[in-house]
Design a protein around this ligand. Structure first.
Ligand code: MEV
Length: 306
């Protein structure tokens, strides 16, 4: 039995903009997905999406290492919902790549795993930036930029403000990430450029801790609404959060028709943290009815499990 796990990611900033060469700040959380693989001729039934990922990754491994992959079975167990903006397909792609390479006794570093797993992401999303996969593979908090489809530049950053965050469910998006990327692609070019320029400025402010995160989240949300990736229902939920004293935004591709996936909101001040401006929600208990999930940032990326 081979077991690998990878974290859920959040986009603190830069979702969608990152597809167009703008920076994103992404962090690996403490919620994890575990994939268990065993050699077996009996197949387990997987969703169409997982089957697509499997095919693409098997093809990439066979091509690169000139090996034959024996029949195998996988089981996926996730602490976070899939298809809700938390990088589920990236986590499946990374863990499956890690597990298959171990089964084949191929030694590969994280960069090689990333390159192969990216084929899984591409099979699902069409033209992903690769930022989800970078966060779930390498972990930590990354400043990420896609310069060209093949050249991604990223480095680990430390957020100086002690940011407390939580996730609230706005409902599973009807659209896939690929469909949301395609929706954005249809927008007027100068409108897109303007929105992405503003989002880049916000990302720089967050990375350099030069502005209040509550204000940054509010402004980012306004731009994402203009981009058409935040549904009416989600906008209502976010304005309710704002009225209660907090701030929130989508944290991935979003969704337009119904839900926009898990949204990222300022959480309660946690013990031991220095009170610092509005890096936390002063009345977060008002949001208890939405069953918020408190998350930790900056966690470990892909790892082999016992
Ligand atoms: C999805 O989690 C983030 C997007 O920016 C897509 C991508 O980066 O590939 C919407």
């Amino acid at each position: 039995m081979i077991r690998f796990s990878a974290p859920a990611k959040i986009h603190l900033l830069g979702e969608h903009a990152v597809v167009y060469g703008k920076p994103a700040i992404i962090s690996a959380t403490n919620l994890r997905l575990t994939l268990t693989l065993k050699q077996s001729a009996a197949k387990t039934k997987q969703t169409k999406g997982v089957q697509k990922i499997q095919k693409a990754i098997e093809r990439a491994i066979t091509k690169k290492y000139k090996v034959k992959i024996p029949p195998y079975q996988i089981e996926i167990d996730s602490q976070f919902p899939l298809g809700s903006g938390l990088g589920g397909s990236a986590a499946i792609s990374a863990t499956l790549t890690g597990a298959l390479l171990k089964l084949l006794k191929v030694k590969a570093d994280l960069k090689e795993i990333y390159e192969i797993a990216l084929q899984g992401e591409r099979a699902i999303h069409g033209n992903p930036s690769g930022s989800d996969l970078a966060a779930v593979t390498y972990g930590g908090t990354l400043w990420f930029r896609k310069e060209t489809p093949e050249l991604k530049v990223f480095s680990q950053i430390t957020l100086t403000s002690p940011v407390a965050l939580m996730l609230l469910d706005s409902g599973k998006p009807e659209e896939s990430t690929g469909e949301m990327i395609a929706k954005v692609a249809k927008l007027n070019a100068s409108l897109k450029r303007n929105i992405f320029d503003q989002l880049e400025l916000l990302a720089k402010s967050l990375a350099t801790d030069s502005r209040d995160i509550k204000q940054i989240f509010k402004e980012a949300n306004n731009w994402l609404v203009k981009l058409g990736v935040v549904s009416k229902n989600t906008q209502k939920l976010i304005s309710l959060i704002e009225k209660s004293g907090g701030a929130a935004k989508i944290t991935g591709a979003g969704g337009w028709k119904r839900g926009s996936g898990m949204i990222l909101a300022l959480g309660p001040q946690t013990e031991g943290r220095e009170p610092h401006g509005t890096v936390y929600h002063p009345n977060s208990e008002k949001l208890e009815a939405f069953k918020p999930i408190k998350i930790k940032l900056n966690q470990e990326g892909l790892r082999a499990e016992k």
